[in-house]
Write a protein that binds this ligand. Structure first.
Ligand SMILES: [Mg+2]
Length: 252
């Protein structure tokens, strides 16, 4: 249905505040069916999903679901969109125990278990750091919410960047930051933290670092639907530190 008129039909607005298109709705229905099956086999949890909001499945752990991250790409038929899940013991980044992202167009799959490592297509992810000569960053993925100029705020970084991308799925972007393909993820304007919960665990478990744009840690940031944060993330601590230096940010 990606790239079709039916797929991009607007069917309502989601709990996350964005328009819901038919593709979002179908993706969420599929995820909810699987979670209902998990419930029947004894798993107890509380679901927070982008379109439907919260639903009680009889237990405390939170299951966070963005059934379709990169909806606009899916709508246009560009093969860069994903289903994103996170399981957490609480509502902060530090509480996330499991992260899962699958590129629905290619099947490429990433997951991580807190303290247990990151995986790509089931194999342990042991990426080489992206190349860095100390003076320029090879590839920066820059993001901003619709209507915000992504270059605003990221100017000092982009001035020292060889190539810039704006690919359209925050979750996949972090997974590719975890592989080192994206040397730096720069998100200068606040975006929804919810979508980042699982992918950030994947980046961390791969050995990467992430802070907000001012260099502050993200551990205590809420992962609920109403929470927003800026982001600066890289597999390479050297590239991350270089970016903060360019921004004149102070790591506390
Ligand atoms: Mg979505």
């Amino acid at each position: 249905m990606a790239g079709t008129t039916k797929g991009r039909q607007v069917v309502g607005s989601g709990a996350g505040g964005d328009q819901t298109i038919y593709l979002d709705q179908v993706a969420e229905e599929i995820v909810v069916q699987h979670l209902e099956r998990a419930y029947r086999s004894g798993f107890r949890f509380r679901l927070i999903s982008e379109e439907l909001g919260e639903r009680d499945f009889g237990g405390d752990p939170l299951v966070l679901v963005d059934p379709l991250d990169g909806s606009f790409n899916a709508k246009m038929g560009l093969p860069y969109y994903a289903v994103v899940l996170a399981a957490t013991q609480g509502d902060r980044f530090q509480d996330v125990r499991l992260g899962y992202v699958q590129n629905l167009a290619t099947g490429d799959e990433f997951h991580a278990v807190a303290g247990g490592g990151a995986f790509r297509d089931g194999q342990p992810l042991r990426p080489d750091p992206p190349p860095f000569d100390g003076t320029s960053i090879p590839l920066v993925q820059v993001d901003a919410p619709s209507g915000v100029d992504a270059r605003e705020g990221a100017g000092p970084i982009l001035a020292r960047t060889e190539k810039t991308r704006q690919l359209g799925s925050a979750a996949l972007n972090l997974c590719h930051a975890a592989t080192g393909g994206i040397a730096l993820q720069a998100t200068p304007a606040p975006v929804r933290a919810f979508d980042l919960a699982g992918p950030l665990l994947i980046l961390r478990e791969a050995g990467g670092v992430a802070t907000d744009f001012a260099g502050r840690p993200l551990e205590s940031v809420s992962v609920r639907l109403d929470s927003r944060t800026t982001l600066l993330a890289s597999l390479s601590p050297a590239i991350h530190a270089f970016a903060l230096e360019l921004l004149g940010a102070r790591v506390s």
